[in-house]
Design a binder for this molecule. Structure first.
Ligand code: ZN
Ligand code: ZN
Length: 403
């Protein structure tokens, strides 16, 4: 049996998050909001999962470009590894900078910046869309002639580093501050203080920011999050709100030229009122009161189970077929939507439970040859849904939302 050892990144990151939580408590720093941490980790779970699924596609894409269009035939010598590292980091700088300067790219990157907390869980706020856009930018590397194997190793190392800079428990790091991206630099990047906006885009090296005039030292207390905070735990809304806002803005523009300007222009062009309009269209209600006291253990347990399942899924990834992957992904997405919805005390969460049961039913049907049991399971789920929907829903909601 062949294992995917990248699975161990999941427990490693979880242990580091818990360690940070422990250190923060010892230092009496209030860094973690439970709801926000769950929202952050939820986004990370789906990204890790989908990333595993599409990694092969990316690999073939790079390999195809390098073998067909590669300018040079690059061999893995020490000098070339260093060049590749610099190239990867340089491209990242420009990807990240453009992601903040162009609406169409900001739509995928905004998710990383929504959290009003700043801790290791924030590093999990990456989406599959962001991974795809980044891959597009990094295609320059195979075009230069770097082989896909080299690029994959580099992206793995390069991808681990940013995790460590999302923390407030580490202060300034002396001489390292001069050339590397440190927690202090990245705190500035995640802050919405006026003087900190659009600064410190670097991933591993801070030299690009110093070179291209986007460097800012941390010299006042950062306030984290967006300039116009999102205030929602909805899994879907966090992913898609900006697309809707952008679409509303594009629709408002009269000429084609203005529409293009909106798509490729700066996020500052977006009218702040668009958020409210988008929320009205989709019936999204902002949280006014913190839900801390009502937090449900059910959500916490679902997240814990999903983390364990994610670890198992990645570890045995090579052994799984397409239908298994598809069912697991559907189950994950429904569970994450469910958690977000419970944190917002949404009533439709009940319908999601049914969908999830149908996914489990389909899985049973696929892997358990006992046809009758599975048919019975699926039929009972449907019967429950049709005949006793109201009664079961009431009972369910009174358990999930006790007050
Ligand atoms: Zn950013
Ligand atoms: Zn970040």
């Amino acid at each position: 049996m062949e294992f995917n050892y990248l699975a161990f990144a999941v427990p490693l990151f979880v242990v580091l998050m818990l360690l940070e939580y422990y250190v923060a408590r010892k230092k009496k720093m209030e860094l973690f909001d439970l709801h926000r941490s769950i929202a952050n980790v939820s986004i990370g779970i789906l990204e890790r999962l989908t990333d595993v699924l599409v990694a092969g596609v990316f690999y073939f894409f790079y390999h195809y470009i390098q073998t067909n269009f590669g300018l040079f035939e690059i061999k893995p010598t020490a000098a070339m590894w260093i060049l590749l590292f610099l190239g990867t980091d340089f491209i990242w700088y420009w990807y990240h900078r453009l992601a903040h300067e162009m609406n169409v790219l900001w739509a995928v990157h905004v998710v990383h910046h929504q959290s009003e907390d700043f801790n290791y869980t924030v590093s999990a706020r990456i989406t599959l869309f962001q991974a795809i856009v980044r891959t597009g930018f990094w295609s320059v590397l195979p075009l230069l002639g770097f082989p896909a194997e080299m690029i994959f190793v580099m992206l793995l190392i390069h991808g681990l580093y940013p995790f460590f800079v999302h923390t407030q428990v580490i202060g300034k790091l002396g001489i390292i501050e001069y050339f590397m991206v440190t927690p202090s630099h990245h705190r500035v990047h995640h802050a919405c203080n006026d003087k900190y906006l659009d600064k410190n885009y670097g991933d591993v090296l801070i030299i690009w920011d110093k070179l291209f005039g986007t460097f800012q030292k941390e010299d006042e207390k950062p306030v984290y999050g967006l300039t116009h905070q999102l205030n929602t735990y909805s899994f879907l809304w966090q992913h898609f709100h900006f697309y809707i806002e952008l679409w509303l803005m594009v629709k408002k523009q009269k000429t084609l030229k203005d529409k293009f300007k909106m798509i490729f222009g700066s996020p500052t062009l977006i009218d702040p009122d668009m958020r409210e309009r988008a929320e009205k269209i989709f019936g999204i209600k902002q949280q006014e009161e913190p839900l801390q006291h009502r937090l449900n253990n059910y959500v916490i347990w679902q997240v814990i189970v999903m983390l364990v399942l994610l670890f198992v899924f990645i570890l045995f990834e090579f052994e799984m077929g397409a239908s298994e992957k598809f069912l697991f992904t559907s189950f994950t997405i429904l569970t994450l939507i469910n958690c977000g919805a419970i944190m917002e005390q949404k009533k439709w969460v009940f319908a999601v439970e049914f969908l999830r049961m149908l996914v489990i039913g389909s899985a049973l049907w696929l892997y358990n040859a006992d046809y009758q049991i599975v048919t019975f399971f699926i039929l009972s789920v449907i019967a429950l849904l049709v005949l006793f929907y109201r009664t079961v829903e009431e009972r369910y909601l009174s358990v999930v939302y006790p007050d």
